[in-house]
Ligand binder design. Structure first.
Ligand code: ZN
Length: 264
């Protein structure tokens, strides 16, 4: 081999290496440029549940369970103030908290993740869940024998009408199960603005269905609220399950529907 041809073959190898490097760099560049484009599409879709983005959502790793599996329970006045107080010192906050803990336990047993939230919990800012229920009780003052029973107010859905629709369905489910479980009747004429304009309704995500329940009057309904919190809690939890599982409001009379395909 002459000196000339050695030099020539060295040049060919060098140009091959350069060419190979150029093409791999180009391919790598194309891949990098293409991938991030698809990322914002499905992460936004996942946040807002847009139909078009559904398929791509599967590609994202999910560090937390999807919101459809999460239920929020606000323990009324917890970490804030006592709420209503009876002459014997029994505070509404403590009545609410025992019930809230039992609701949490009951729903956990059914396979749901439950956030137990304080009255002004920082997590309530933009809070997302399949359902949110705030548990309160009404005054311990004696207002008359007719002041017995419970009432429920739904989130108003000012930013999203579907929130109101779903909150009303949640309200009806809880009212149905709660009345059956506790024997208490619905007391519609004692709403306060604390309920209909409940502060939490303004801070949560506008898609989260939410209600506030006054479980009873601490005067006339003292016995069931204080001595039978498990009965009260089961009424609320069964109502939430009725909503999540899309059960008929009156199971005894309605024709049974196939259970929802959504796993708890
Ligand atoms: Zn209260």
């Amino acid at each position: 081999m002459s000196k000339n041809s050695v030099q020539h073959s060295q040049e060919s190898v060098l140009s091959l290496v350069i060419r190979a490097f150029f093409w791999s760099a180009l391919i790598a560049l194309l891949l990098v440029a293409w991938t991030p484009n698809s990322l914002p599409t499905f992460s936004l879709g996942g946040l807002f549940g847009e139909k078009g983005a559904r398929r791509a959502v599967v590609l994202l790793p999910t560090p937390t369970p999807p919101p459809s599996q999460v239920v929020g329970i606000i323990s009324g006045h917890w970490k804030s103030d006592s709420g209503a107080v009876c002459p014997n010192g029994m505070a509404e906050r403590d009545i609410n908290h025992r019930i809230a803990l039992l609701v949490q336990e009951y729903l956990r047993q059914q396979g749901y993740k439950v956030d137990l939230l304080a009255e002004f919990d920082p997590r309530l800012n933009g809070y997302r869940a399949a359902a949110l229920v705030s548990i309160h009780a009404d005054t311990c003052k004696y207002l008359g024998k007719e002041y017995t029973g419970f009432k429920i107010a739904p989130a108003r859905g000012l930013k999203d009408p579907s929130q109101l629709e779903n909150s009303i369905r949640l309200k009806n489910c809880i009212a149905s199960r709660y009345a059956a479980e506790t024997g208490l009747r619905y007391h519609p004429n004692s709403y306060s603005r604390d309920m209909t304009e409940y502060h939490v309704f303004n801070t949560i995500d506008p898609h989260t269905p939410a209600v506030i329940i006054e479980t009873g009057f601490m005067n006339m309904d003292y016995d069931i609220l204080v001595n039978h919190p498990a009965v009260v809690a089961k009424g609320i939890a069964d109502g939430i399950l009725c909503y999540l599982r899309n059960e008929p409001l009156h199971p005894a009379t309605a024709t049974p529907k196939p259970t929802a395909t959504k796993a708890p």
